[in-house]
Ligand binder design. Structure first.
Ligand SMILES: NC(=O)c1ccc[n+]([C@@H]2O[C@H](COP(=O)([O-])OP(=O)(O)OC[C@H]3O[C@@H](n4cnc5c(N)ncnc54)[C@H](OP(=O)(O)O)[C@@H]3O)[C@@H](O)[C@H]2O)c1
Length: 240
């Protein structure tokens, strides 16, 4: 059975955010049945989808909320949030790993700063940016980047059918199509460090049916970004 035939019902965890709403849209366009999880106060942000999706309100790191939401789902799309100071990301990831049905496709979002194997090569500017965000975040108790690292450590160690999609810097705008990806930040194809948010969501949803991405942590960049145009393989698969 192909990946496409397996997917009928998907859960979007963090559905009310910008990335989440794009994922809901792509999933509905594919004819999937969609369940979304978001904080109670954010439910109105999903008004545009009323009648077309089920919503389970609640904190995404609550195992009981996640257990109810992922029941019967063939795929789970999770926004790992670098927010909050109460292990929000790792709690969310753990709940998904614990409660999704065995064999379900689990796709998680994060940023380039996550490294699976330590082989990523970051520019000095990038490192400085992450360092400042991490320190400032702690200071104002708003961002907890280390917890996204912990969430991904647990995902990488699991034997589920996971994919961790590592997003570059993001911008809004019309879709340019499926982003290109590479295993390591620092690879020339990724140098432009820019992806449309709508296409980040597209990559997440497409990953549900791409078995080549199982237990991979692709770092992505927009397919029309200059570095992608210069270095992505041609339509026939040969490198340029
Ligand atoms: N922004 C970037 O430049 C960038 C770059 C690379 C990768 N990424 C990745 O892309 C994904 C989406 O990020 P985004 O920046 O585009 O934001 P986003 O899609 O708007 O998502 C933000 C999420 O955080 C939740 N949230 C906000 N404040 C919260 C709080 N205090 N407690 C709990 N949840 C809270 C939001 O839920 P509510 O709707 O309930 O507020 C929403 O689900 C993340 O995995 C991020 O690591 C982002």
């Amino acid at each position: 059975m192909s990946g496409t035939e397996r997917i009928k019902k998907v859960c979007v965890i963090g559905a009310s955010g910008k990335l989440g709403q794009y994922m809901v849209r792509h999933a509905l366009e594919r004819g999937y049945e969609v369940v979304g999880v978001c904080r109670e106060r954010s439910v109105p942000k999903l008004a545009a989808f009323e009648g077309r999706m089920e919503i389970v309100p609640g904190p995404t790191n609550d195992p009981e909320v996640i257990r109810r939401a992922v029941a019967g789902c063939d795929g789970v799309l999770t926004v790992l949030v670098p927010w909050g100071v109460q292990q929000y990301s790792s709690g969310t990831a753990q709940a998904v790993l614990d409660h999704a049905r065995p064999g379900a496709r689990l796709v998680f979002s994060c940023g380039w700063h996550i490294s699976r194997d330590g082989q990523d090569r970051y520019s000095r500017l990038f490192r400085a940016g992450v360092g400042i965000a991490s320190r400032l975040g702690k200071l104002v108790r708003a961002i907890e980047i280390e917890d996204q690292v912990e969430a991904c450590r647990r995902i990488f160690a699991s034997d589920t059918r996971w994919t961790v999609v590592r997003g570059s810097s993001l911008e809004e705008g019309e879709s340019q199509g499926l982003p290109v990806w590479s295993r390591h930040v620092g690879d020339p194809v990724l140098a432009s460090d820019l992806t449309r948010r709508v296409d980040f969501a597209l990559f997440m949803v497409e990953a549900l049916v791409d078995d080549a991405l199982v237990q991979e942590a692709p770092a992505i960049v927009g397919r029309l970004a200059p570095s992608a145009l210069a270095h992505a393989p041609t339509a026939h698969g040969e490198p340029r």
